[in-house]
Design a protein around this ligand. Sequence first.
Ligand SMILES: [Zn+2]
Length: 257
Amino acid sequence: MVGDISKRKAECSTCGGERNCYVRAEHQWRVDSEDISAHRLYQILECAGCEHTFVRVGYTNSEDYASWDDGHGNEEKEYIEHIEYLPALAKRARPEWLDSLFLSWPPGESRLYEVLDEVYKAIDAGLVMLSAVGVRTAFDVVAAKLGVDAALSFEEKLDELLSSNHIRSDERAHLAVLIEAGNAAAHRGWFPRQDELVTLIDLLERFVTQTVIEPEAAKRRDAELAAIRDGVPPKQKRLPKPKLGSEPAKSENRRGP
Ligand SMILES: [Zn+2]
C-alpha cells in the first residue's frame, strides 16, 4: 500500500543529496510555557531511491526565527528549523569495497571493517583527532593481516612491509607520515585540518586497496578461472591424416589369397 505512505524530501547519505523519502514512522514532542515553546519532529525515513533508512530530527522554537516586513508595515516571520540526522550525514563517501571486507572475512575476524567503519563514522561526526588515531589503528590491523608481528615498532613494521614487497620505498615514506600523524593525535592531542585528514584517508584507502582488496580479488579471479578451466571439455585429439599416394592400411584380419 505504497500509495498510503506519505513522502518528504530529505538528505540521503548514501545517494549524496536531497531525495524523496518515505516516512515510515514519526513522533512529535513539544513543550509550551509562558516564555518559550519548542517542537521536535522525529521521523524514520527511507530513501525512495536507494532504500537507505535513517532518522531525521527537525527542531524549532519560538525564539529562533527570521522576520521581515511584508511591504505594508506588517511583520512576517518564519521559524528556523534545525535538522539533525542519525546516523550523521556522510562527510566522505565509503569506498565501494568496504562492505566486501565485512562479507569476505571469516566470522569474528572482520576487525579491519570494524576499525574503518568507526573511522568513517568519526569523520562524519567531525571528530578529526579520533579519526587520525583510527587511521593509524587501521594501518596496524592491515599489517597484522599481512603477517607482520604486532609487537614490532612502527618503523620495523614498515621495514618488513617493504622487504616483503607489500609496499615500495616511496610508499614507506608516505605511511611513516600517516603513522606519525596518528601518534601525534593519540599522544599529543593534534587536531588535523580537514584537508590534512582527507590526505591521510586517501593514503589509507590506497594502502588497503593495494595490500588487501586487490590481492583478494586476484585470488578470487584465479579460483574462478581454474573452475572454468576444469569445466571446459578437453580438445579431442586429431587422428593422423593418411599420406597422399600411400596404400591403405591393411587389415590385420584380412585373409590372404
Ligand atoms: Zn538514497
